[in-house]
Ligand binder design. Structure first.
Ligand SMILES: [Mg+2]
Length: 323
């Protein structure tokens, strides 16, 4: 059975939501606490510090869908449209919102300018704006700009920088989109996943050459170490590079969508985001039909994700009429 583009886009978006819903139960727990209370967590049961209902999702999925809607509204130049979607979501008073994103969206309401909002956030947070809040939402960029990698990198970085000023956040998001693009085009029986990392690094260096050399070196070093990193050395934190490393590690060291996600969320820490970031990769690579039905069917935003992935597919395949 071949995995077509439609199946991969749907798989990617559902992958993000499933990783989020599955991982939210374990957010902020250590691996020891998870083992004691859950053994190995494999079902979408809700709960966690947000006291979710089973199948409820958090900011990771909500922001990913916001990015998708913004891109669909203005594929040529989506930043303002994505921003509108972020604000719409922000004004719905979400229970789960990261510090960097909250600060940047608040500053936007003050300045009405994303560059200023992002820069002020960076100042106020003491230069610490390389959180994973930009990484968790960036997958749709891969699908929308798949045919134009230069534009894909540009949009990926632009959307990251709306909230996350640190160049490492931009580099991490661009790398993730480049990696997802490699997976989007991968043969279905590809076994050597490491070569996708190498190809994605090459693309990132090509299209993000204007980022500080030190930033690209930090990214490259972290990525090249992943395959040989012992599991005990993974840090499941909210720092974008840590999240990327954890998510890719779980994708590399497993053979199915299900195994990858179970591995990812059971690392604990920022479990919903690591789950979402890993789920985006695994869903794109293995495709929608590889996702266990019990996970898809319990998701609250199932119909919405189905609809948006269909619309994104039409955009990619050129069947959307330009308005
Ligand atoms: Mg979350």
């Amino acid at each position: 059975m071949t995995i077509n583009a439609r199946d991969r886009i749907r798989g990617g978006l559902f992958g993000v939501a499933i990783g989020d819903a599955l991982g939210a139960t374990l957010e902020f727990l250590t691996q020891d606490e998870i083992r004691r209370h859950f053994g190995c967590h494999t079902e979408i049961t809700g709960g966690g510090w947000l006291k979710l209902e089973p199948g409820e999702v958090t900011d990771d999925t909500q922001m990913t869908l916001a990015v998708t809607r913004g891109i669909l509204a203005n594929p040529q130049s989506p930043r303002e449209a994505v921003g509108k979607q972020f604000l719409h979501w922000f004004q719905s008073k979400p229970r789960d919102i990261g510090n960097t994103v909250r600060a940047a969206l608040s500053f936007y309401l003050e300045f009405q300018d994303w560059d200023q909002a992002s820069y002020h956030t960076h100042q106020v947070l003491g230069g610490k704006t390389a959180g994973n809040g930009c990484l968790m939402r960036t997958l749709p960029v891969t699908f929308a700009y798949d045919r134009n990698p230069e534009k894909m990198n540009k949009i990926s970085r632009e959307l990251a920088k709306m909230t996350h000023y640190d160049p490492l956040a931009e580099a991490t998001c661009a790398f993730y989109n480049n990696l997802a693009r490699q997976l989007f085009h991968s043969p279905e029986n590809a076994r050597d996943k490491k070569r996708f990392l190498e190809a994605a690094l090459k693309e990132t260096k090509k299209y993000c050459f204007d980022l500080p050399a030190e930033t690209l070196e930090t990214l490259e070093k972290a990525v090249l170490e992943i395959s040989s990193l012992p599991k005990e050395e993974l840090s499941p934190t909210g720092f974008c590079l840590d999240t990327l490393v954890c998510a890719i590690w779980c994708f590399l060291h497993t053979l199915t969508f299900e195994e990858a996600l179970v591995e990812a969320v059971n690392l604990g820490g920022d479990a919903d985001t690591i789950g979402a970031v890993c789920g985006g990769l695994a869903g794109t690579f293995y495709g929608y039909r590889s996702i266990p039905a019990r996970w898809v069917n319990i998701l609250k935003p199932k119909a919405e994700i189905d609809k948006l992935s269909q619309q994104l597919y039409h955009l990619v395949s050129g069947t959307t009429r330009h308005r």
